[in-house]
Design a protein. Structure first.
Length: 150
């Protein structure tokens, strides 16, 4: 995304800035996205060193960070991570606008498909993504830690 956008609710979506760090981590905690094996501060540093343009925040009129989206592209698939909307700001379309901003960013890079991971117990979030056209792929997600965060 080349510029900040102002959605209909008055929020604006813009690129992450270093001074957003603590507000972003607090938002992720409020949204239950932080797990013991991922240090959110390290995740932010990793993203900013690899592709800072692919890290978006949604900012309310008063400057409060109320949404985030990390976007990645490896040349084969795009990824959405840490999509978060503050609980008090949900169901107003902000999550959809963040996903659309991610899609726009990835399309600009020539990305043919977006992948994302949702914890299987999070049925509300699974339903949200399905309304946006995402479908379950018949795959098993595997992971291997190369660096222990926690």
């Amino acid at each position: 995304m080349s510029r900040a956008t102002e959605p209909s609710g008055g929020e604006r979506i813009r690129r992450f800035q270093k001074e957003d760090t603590e507000a972003v981590v607090a938002l992720w905690r409020a949204c239950d996205l932080v797990v013991p094996w991922n240090d959110p501060h390290k995740d932010i540093l990793r993203k900013c060193s690899a592709d800072p343009a692919g890290f978006l925040v949604a900012e309310a009129l008063g400057g409060e960070i109320i949404g985030t989206c990390m976007i990645g592209f490896d040349g084969h698939r795009g990824w959405i991570n840490y999509l978060a909307v503050a609980p008090k700001d949900r169901r107003r379309g902000l999550g959809t606008r963040l996903v659309r901003a991610a899609e726009e960013y990835l399309e600009g890079l020539g990305c043919p498909k977006i992948n994302l991971q949702v914890r299987s117990r999070n049925t509300t979030v699974l339903a949200f993504y399905e309304t946006l056209g995402f479908r379950r792929d018949d795959v098993v997600s595997l992971g291997k830690r190369l660096e222990a965060d926690g």
